[in-house]
Design a protein around this ligand. Structure first.
Ligand code: G3H
Ligand code: 13P
Ligand code: ZN
Length: 312
């Protein structure tokens, strides 16, 4: 099926109370694992590329992998820039075949965030591309964004209408207690999300798609495999899946998952290499990593996102 924007995906997801999974891609095995699962379950999917992924794998290689995924599958796929930090990066991706970009101006003040987002929206819309922006700050670490717990900030619902109206943005990422990476809560801390903020945002923006970043659940099964095979991820804790399911039923139309794929792939590779020190054919361990990615994505589609069969 063709490469699409997220407009129709989000409209349907909002109306029917489910969310689309946005999975980060960095190499062929990850693309294949995600798309095989989504295709078998007839789920729409968003493949997202960060600035770090572009640096690692190269824009052309990644877009060609996505082209191959489209040719080999029968589902709607959107290609999205994750955490674009400048107009130039967004423009590069718009010119280079992406159907959706995120401009992450969350590190700036309200007015500066609006100004930057508006500039990206104008260019993107003129080229048939949709835009996600962010209000509020998530804690956690990505390649180009590093926000400490102390600097993290919940989204202020009083600001969302003005932000969306003045920028013309198509979807909005909000901060309600999720965070990037594998360490989302301290040991002993009760995982909590601010559903009151989400509800208030949804009330003020009826029908408008909301995005949740930092939504990995950090499967303790994979953490255990990594621990047992020479790794160290002690105290890695994610967002409970029932909370994400609740969010998916609400105005949240896009749920971002990267760390869970990293854990799945690493657990698979570590296990093969630890159990079989003589292995040196990359296919031998990468295929196990890829199968784990596929399992995780299938699990998310069925039990967290609720998007199974929605590509039909
Ligand atoms: O939210 C960020 C994603 O997990 C991408 O991470 O910048 O290390 O590619 P990255
Ligand atoms: P996780 O680190 O929780 O997977 O979040 C990924 C993300 O938000 C990508 O933008
Ligand atoms: Zn993110």
């Amino acid at each position: 099926m063709a490469l699409v924007t997220t407009t129709e995906m989000f409209r349907k997801a909002y109306e029917e109370g489910y969310a689309i999974g946005a999975f980060n891609v960095n190499n062929m095995e990850i693309v294949q694992g995600i798309v095989e699962a989504a295709n078998e379950l007839k789920s729409p999917v968003i493949l997202q590329v960060s600035a770090g992924a572009r640096k690692y794998a190269n824009h052309t290689y990644l877009t060609k992998l996505v082209e191959a995924a489209i040719a080999e599958s029968d589902i709607p796929i959107a290609l999205h820039l994750d955490h674009g930090d400048s107009f130039e990066l967004c423009k590069d991706c718009i010119d280079g075949g992406f159907t959706s970009v995120m401009i992450d101006g969350s590190k700036y003040g309200f007015e500066e965030n609006i100004e930057l987002t508006k500039k990206v929206v104008e260019y993107a819309h003129a080229h048939g591309v949709v835009v996600e922006a962010e209000l509020g700050k998530l804690a956690g670490i990505e390649d180009d964004v590093n926000v400490s717990d102390a600097d993290a900030q919940f989204t202020n619902p009083n600001e969302v209408e003005e932000f969306v109206t003045r920028t013309g943005v198509d979807s909005l990422a909000i901060a309600i207690g999720t965070s990037h990476g594998a360490y989302k809560f301290k040991p002993g801390q009760k995982p909590q999300l601010r559903f009151d903020i989400l509800d208030e945002v949804a009330r003020r923006l009826p029908g408008f798609p909301i995005v949740l970043h930092g939504a990995s659940s950090v499967s303790q099964e994979y953490v255990k495999i990594i621990q047992e095979n020479g790794g160290n991820l002690a105290d890695a804790i994610g967002i409970p899946e029932d909370m994400l399911r609740q969010a998916a039923k609400s105005a949240v139309c896009k749920i971002n998952i990267d760390s869970d794929l990293r854990l799945a792939m690493t657990a698979g590779i570590r296990k093969v290499l630890f159990e079989k020190p003589e292995a040196f054919d990359p296919r031998e361990y990468l295929k196990v990593g890829r199968a784990n990615v596929k399992d995780v994505v299938a699990h998310k589609i069925k039990t967290v996102l609720g998007s199974e069969g929605k590509a039909l």
